[in-house]
Design a protein around this ligand. Structure first.
Ligand code: KIV
Length: 296
C-alpha cells in the first residue's frame, strides 16, 4: 500500500487512478465535505475522494432527511468545496428530484455540477433501474458514481433507514444492481448499509471500485460522513460510525469559555486591543488638555 506521507507531493486522483488502486488492492479513502475549509483540510490530509454528499441536508442545513435539499443548494456547497480541493477526486451528489423525472433534465442538471461547480463525477442513487439513465449521462461526457443498498433518497419507499440485502432475493437484486452499474461504466459504486458478505461478493464480481459505508471491510474503499468521524453530528450514530475526534465537545467548550470571558470582562485584554500611534496619542492628549483648560 502506498500512503503518500503528509506534506509530500501528490498526484491528482482521477477515475483512472481509482481503477489502478483497485487493481493493486490499495484501499481508497473518501470523506464528505460541504464547505471550503473542511474540503481543504480533507484534501491536504491526503484523502482520495471528496464527496459533496446530499447528507449536507442534515449536517449543514438541518433538514430532517436528504429529500428536501435543492439542486441550487447542492451547487452552492459544491462550488465552495471545489475551491478547497486540489488533489482529491471531487464527486457531488445529484439531489432527489434532479434526475428522476426527465432524461434531458437529468443530463442538464448533471452538466451544471461540472460546468458551474467543478464536480468531476456526479453520484446517482439506484442500480439496475438507473443504468440506462447513467449510460446517457456518461455518453454526455460526465462520469457517474453509482450508489446502491441503503439509498437515503428512497427512505419513504424503504420505510426507514434499513440494512438492505438481508434475504436471498435482496442479495440477488443487489448483485444485479452492481453488475448493471459496472456494465454502464460508472466510476465507482457506493455500497451503503448492506451485509459484509454481500459487499465482498460485489467487490470481487465488478471491475468498478466499490466504496463502502456500513458495508464491511472488504470493499475497495471506505467513506464516512465528515461530521460523524468528528462527533459533530446530533443523535445516535449508526453501528458503522467510528469517532476519530470529539469536535462537538471542543466547540461547546470554546464557545462557553468565550461567553464566560466576555461576561467577566476578561476578554479582550489590552494585548488583544489596537492602540493609537504615539504621535496621535500625544496630539490627542494636547487637544484634550486644551479643552480641559478652556472649561476651567
Ligand atoms: O450523502 C452522503 O453523505 C452519501 C454517503 C455515501 C455518505 O451519499
Amino acid at each position: 500500500m502506498s500512503l503518500v506521507p503528509i506534506g509530500e507531493p501528490r498526484h491528482k486522483i482521477t477515475v483512472a487512478s481509482l481503477r489502478e488502486k483497485k487493481l493493486h488492492h490499495e484501499p481508497i479513502t473518501c470523506l464528505t465535505a460541504y464547505d471550503y475549509s473542511s474540503a481543504r483540510l480533507i484534501d491536504e490530509a491526503g484523502i482520495d475522494i471528496v464527496l459533496v454528499g446530499d447528507s449536507l441536508a442534515q449536517t449543514m442545513l438541518g433538514y430532517e432527511n436528504t429529500l428536501s435539499v435543492t439542486l441550487d443548494e447542492m451547487l452552492h456547497h459544491t462550488r465552495a468545496v471545489h475551491r478547497g480541493v486540489k488533489h482529491a477526486l471531487l464527486v457531488a451528489d445529484m439531489p432527489f428530484g434532479s434526475y428522476q423525472a426527465d432524461l434531458n433534465d437529468a443530463i442538464r442538471n448533471a452538466a451544471r455540477f461540472v460546468k458551474e461547480a467543478g464536480a468531476e463525477v456526479v453520484k446517482i442513487e439506484g442500480g439496475e433501474k438507473r443504468a440506462d439513465l447513467i449510460r446517457r449521462i456518461i455518453d454526455a461526457e460526465i462520469p457517474v458514481a453509482g450508489h446502491i443498498g441503503l439509498t437515503p433518497q428512497s427512505v419513504n419507499v424503504m420505510g426507514g433507514y434499513k440494512v438492505q440485502g438481508k434475504n436471498l432475493s435482496g442479495v440477488e437484486q443487489l448483485m444485479r444492481d452492481a453488475v448493471a452499474l459496472d456494465r454502464a461504466g460508472v466510476a465507482l459504486i457506493v455500497l451503503e448499509g448492506i451485509p459484509r458478505e454481500v459487499a465482498a461478493m460485489i467487490t470481487a464480481e465488478v471491475e468498478t471500485p466499490t466504496i463502502g459505508i456500513g458495508a464491511g471491510p472488504d470493499c475497495d474503499g471506505q467513506v464516512l460522513v465528515f461530521h460523524d468521524i468528528l462527533n459533530l453530528s446530533f443523535g445516535h450514530p449508526a453501528k458503522f460510525v467510528r469517532r476519530y475526534a470529539n469536535v462537538g465537545a471542543a466547540i461547546t467548550g470554546a464557545v462557553q469559555a468565550f461567553r464566560a470571558d466576555v461576561a467577566a470582562r476578561q476578554y479582550p485584554s489590552d494585548e488583544e486591543s489596537y492602540h493609537l500611534p504615539k504621535e496621535t496619542r500625544s496630539a490627542l492628549d494636547t487637544v484634550l488638555e486644551r479643552k480641559r483648560a478652556m472649561r476651567r
